[in-house]
Write a protein that binds this ligand. Structure first.
Ligand code: ATP
Length: 484
């Protein structure tokens, strides 16, 4: 039996609806147990006591509006689906209700009973579906290694590979777009390879001019160049028997690449301006967001150094290709962020999580972390708000045209000035709607919620773009993969 809570100050309406729902049977048994309340306060209390599956909540209540209590109500009765009852012309409130987390809306005066039953049944069905999805999610292997979390097949594989390299001192090359977690993985390899005392010394090879980078890496003798007032050890020496992390190695000059190759071959080097040979005891882990084979082909990276580095390569896929990791990353990062900014934002409404899962994340996990940090700081209570997240305009479509050299997505900045790569506004809109429908598995209420549009607008656009049911296989399966 499903539990239904109806909150409305119209007592005769409550009686009619109670009789209606109590009369419905399933397999010879009553389908619903109905509870009622005539004010917002009584409704919240009843929600807490009876844990309803569905709440039919009137907008106009004597003490507070239905809109005001949606969030609180959801907090009290877990995954109950809330159907807000609004006045027919009040489209603005309807949209705000959907944004606030209502599952659906119905207008007063009530539709015929069959239509009302359909809305409630759909709410129940959706609740059941999302419970099943949660179970699948729970069953899915979640991997955690140090600070790394993931559940996608690619992250599971990656963690296995990390496990294999931790026992050895072999040089490792980590590749992946900016913000995918290359430094994090380097640190985890280090932490799991050595005890705490050994140093981890990182250096970003793209951030420093060539001559300075040379002395930063290898150190210099007193008087080696103007300003070298004393002998200074470089990163390779400072790392002792720990790890040197060479970030953005793809940006290193050919001159320094030659020197690095020699160091890796001979496991010895000299400080700038020095003659004494210093032993390299540290392990080298290098990382780049560039595709080194392309750099070699372009003559910007030495083939022999590439061959030496690539023996053990760990590739981290972009976040948009492993969107199933996002909910886990969100929960994991919220803990860290809360600690950092001294807040306790722990609740992420389903529609907010969906939005987070849908965003393009061209800046990968770092961008997700930045967006979450901002939303946590702005959150007035313990709930992460959709309003504090970027809009979905930036959504990439799987069939979106892609500028060469860009991470993909219809709004990715084209690397070349080719206007043919920019879709028309209408095409962009079609792709967005198809994408949102795919993610919600065709659920129109949730699609409206994500896109921030009304149901009639959605219906009109679905018709217009040929996306309505039976109009063709335009909807993409979820999880959506980028066309990269
Ligand atoms: N799988 C993951 N689990 C948990 N946190 C992650 C994961 N991947 C990345 N992060 C976090 O995302 C942020 C960015 O990661 P990191 O700095 O390692 O990326 P990067 O690839 O080295 O970036 P860049 O190329 O710009 O230097 C860090 O705060 C990191 O802890």
């Amino acid at each position: 039996m499903e539990t239904l809570l109806i909150v409305d100050d119209d007592v005769s309406l409550l009686e009619t609806l109670t009789m209606h729902f109590e009369d419905i049977e399933q397999d010879g048994q009553p389908r619903y147990q109905v509870f009622t309340a005539t004010s917002a306060a009584a409704g919240l209390k009843a929600a807490q006591e009876n844990m309803p599956s569905v709440v039919i909540l009137d907008m106009m209540l004597p003490d507070r509006t239905g809109l005001e209590i949606i969030e609180e109500m959801k907090g009290l009765c877990g995954d109950a689906r809330i159907i807000l009852v609004t006045a027919y012309h009040d489209m603005e409130t309807t949209i705000r209700a959907m944004k606030a987390g209502a599952f659906d809306y119905i207008h007063k005066p009530f539709p015929d009973p069959a239509a009302l039953d359909l809305v409630v049944e759909r709410a129940l069905e959706y609740r059941q579906l999302s419970r099943r999805a949660d179970e699948v999610h729970r069953d899915n292997a979640v991997v955690r290694l140090g600070d790394i979390v993931g559940t996608s097949v690619s992250m599971q594989q990656l963690v296995k590979e990390i496990g294999k390299v931790t026992g050895s001192a072999a040089t490792v090359l980590i590749t992946g777009e900016s913000g995918t977690g290359k430094e994090l993985i380097a640190r985890v390899i280090h932490n799991y390879s050595y005890d705490e005392a050994r140093p981890f010394i990182g250096i970003n090879c793209s951030a420093i001019v060539d001559t300075l980078l040379e002395s930063e890496l290898f150190g210099h003798e007193k008087g080696a160049f103007t300003g070298a007032v004393s002998t200074k050890p470089g990163k390779f020496e400072l790392a002792e028997d720990g790890t040197v992390f060479l970030d953005e190695i793809g940006d290193m000059s050919l001159m320094l690449q030659a020197k690095l190759l020699r160091v890796l071959q001979e496991r010895e080097f000299e400080r700038v301006g020095g003659v004494k040979r210093v032993k390299l005891r540290a392990r080298v882990i290098a990382a780049t967001h560039r595709t080194l084979s392309d750099e070699v082909a372009q003559g910007r990276f030495r083939e022999d150094l590439y061959q030496r580095l690539k023996v053990i390569t760990l590739f981290i896929p972009p976040l948009r290709e492993r969107r199933e990791d996002i909910p886990l990353l969100v929960t994991h990062m919220l803990e860290r962020i809360n600690e950092k900014v001294h807040k306790r934002v722990t609740r992420v409404p389903q529609e907010v999580m969906e939005r987070l899962t849908l965003l393009p994340w061209r800046g990968n996990v770092r961008e997700l972390e930045n967006v979450l940090t901002r939303a946590v700081v702005l959150a007035p209570g313990d709930v992460l708000r959709g309003d504090d997240l970027p809009a979905l305009e930036a959504l990439p479509g799987p069939d979106a045209p892609r500028a060469p050299g860009t991470a993909g997505g219809m709004f990715a900045a084209p690397a070349v000035d080719d206007v043919s790569l920019i879709p028309t506004l209408e095409e962009a809109e079609r792709q967005l709607i198809a994408r949102a429908m795919a993610v919600t598995k065709g659920h129109k209420g949730r699609t409206c919620q994500i896109l921030g549009i009304s149901r009639p607008t959605l219906e009109r656009k679905l018709q217009k773009f040929g996306l309505a049911q039976g109009q063709g296989p335009q909807v993409h399966p979820y999880p959506v993969k980028d066309a990269s």
